[in-house]
Design a binder for this molecule. Structure first.
Ligand code: GDP
Ligand code: IMO
Ligand code: MG
Length: 424
């Protein structure tokens, strides 16, 4: 069974945790999109891993992991991450592969990210990016001036880089940024490149043959559908295809190999960075969600904006990705609320709408809430649905109806073991 896992909100839904659970039944775990703007957390007993570029499957011995062509890869960042996991006893030899078509995040991309954000801020329209150079790298890819992993590995790399650094220095100067010394960039990038060389290959035939042999492939979505370049809250989005389609274009695995799409949703909603967020809370409930859910960015440490569950968003995601099953995470965080709200529709100019509209209508939308009774008590030890308090069960069933699709997994804590599989 080949499964695409997507984040169904604005990222940080708990994808890392669910990937870790689903990895048990996979042979290959593929990251098809995004870069080290992602931060996927996996907790195993007292150990906590935050993965940015490495597929979360790397934590399971023997599972094969691939960084696909759709990813933008910061070589120094990845080297640091590899050193981090190997120092914690994880052996990646022979089971980690990087697509030679993946685009490379260069130091100038990161600086440009900062300069472009500063310029947008002056006009009042900053995106609130992670400053990892994601937008500038994907821009170069689309403009056909990017550097790919195969280029980084080639003998012609110094010459190619020289031309790029010169061009980017001109851009940086125009934006009032500091320029780069070509020799310094070359030496730091070449050092990282040598450490990555053993892993770089054409991953397309690898995955094709794995699929032919029937070895299950799990696609680890990054970000969330509402941050998708095409379907998210543009321009407050990332620069990649976070929706399910991105798994195929970002790996070279054909759509007819996909058997299942799992959408991950939090039992409430969060968002980091700027942009519309209809159910955002600015009151004590929002604060309570942030503290109970430890809602601080895994990549940047920024406090996440918090709000109630938005069924309009989940239905939009289901339509775009063909979600077959949901994984509902962080249900335990709702413990202790007297009342839980669910946004079931929006009110726009006095009319009720149940679809996700485009800007500028979205700005005018007000959430229409249903009120459900809250629950009290620690649910982190529950492993069967029947063990949940009645009001927690009712909340899950309500959501299942509201999003019109089976909730298969219910996560009740950060640890690997803390979840309920409704089909088991
Ligand atoms: P991702 O980017 O989608 O992988 O999510 P992040 O790792 O950025 O953020 C999710 C956070 O919630 C992490 O700190 C996880 O350890 C944690 N987490 C995941 N599932 C649960 C859960 O069911 N309950 C609680 N309390 N924490 C969870
Ligand atoms: P994971 O995979 C949450 C957000 C940033 C910003 C916007 C653009 O951990 O869910 P970028 O640096 O990509 O140009 O920033 O996208 N963003 C994320 N928010 N989780 C993520 O990844 C994110 N990746 C990017 O905060 O609003
Ligand atoms: Mg995250």
């Amino acid at each position: 069974m080949n499964t695409i896992l997507v984040g169904a909100q604005w990222g940080d839904e708990g994808k890392g945790k669910i990937i870790d659970v689903l990895t048990e039944e996979a042979a290959w775990i593929v990251r098809p999109a995004g870069g080290n703007n992602a931060g996927h957390t996996v907790e195993v007993g007292s150990e906590r891993f935050v993965l940015h570029l490495l597929p979360s499957g790397i934590l399971h011995p023997g599972k094969k992991c691939v960084i696909g062509n759709g990813v933008v890869l910061d070589p120094a960042g990845l080297v640091g991450e590899l050193e981090g996991v190997t120092s914690r006893g994880i052996d990646v030899a022979g089971r980690f592969f990087i697509s030679d078509r993946a685009h490379v995040v260069c130091p100038y991309h990161k600086r440009l990210d900062g300069r472009v954000e500063a310029a947008l801020k002056k006009q009042g329209g900053a995106i609130g990016t992670t400053m990892r150079g994601i937008g500038p790298t994907y821009s170069d890819k689309a403009a056909r001036t990017g550097i790919r992993m195969c280029d980084l590995m080639s003998a012609d790399f110094p010459e190619l880089l020289k031309a790029r650094v010169e061009a980017k220095n001109r851009e940086l100067e125009a934006l009032g940024g500091e320029t780069f010394d070509y020799e310094e960039v070359l030496s730091s990038m070449s050092a990282a490149a040598e450490k990555l060389r053993p892993f770089v290959c054409d991953t397309v035939p690898l995955l094709f043959e794995a699929a032919q042999r029937g070895e299950p492939i799990l696609f680890e979505g990054a970000q969330g559908v509402m941050l998708d370049l095409d379907f998210g809250t543009y321009p407050f989005v990332t620069s990649s295809s976070a929706a399910a389609g991105g798994a195929c274009t970002g790996s070279g695995v054909a759509p007819n190999c996909i058997d299942r799409v799992v959408g991950v949703v939090k039992a409430y909603t969060t968002r980091v960075g700027e942009g519309p967020f209809p159910t955002e809370l600015f009151d004590a409930d929002g604060e309570k969600l942030r503290e109970a859910g430890r809602e601080y960015g895994a990549t940047t440490g920024r406090p996440r904006r918090c709000g109630w569950f938005d069924a309009v968003v989940a239905r939009w995601t289901r339509m775009l990705c063909g979600v077959d099953e949901w994984a509902l995470t962080k249900l335990d965080v709702l413990d202790g609320f007297d009342e839980i709200k669910v946004c079931t529709a929006y009110e726009l100019d006095g009319r009720r709408i149940d679809y996700f509209p485009l800007e500028p209508a979205l700005e005018k939308c007000r959430p229409v809430y249903e009120y459900l009774p809250g629950f009290d008590g620690d649910i982190t030890g529950c492993r069967r649905f029947a063990e949940l308090p009645g009001a927690a069960q009712a909340y899950v069933k309500y959501l299942e109806d509201a999003v019109n699709c089976h909730i298969r997994y219910i996560s009740v804590g950060a640890d690997r073991e803390q979840y309920i599989d409704m089909d088991r």
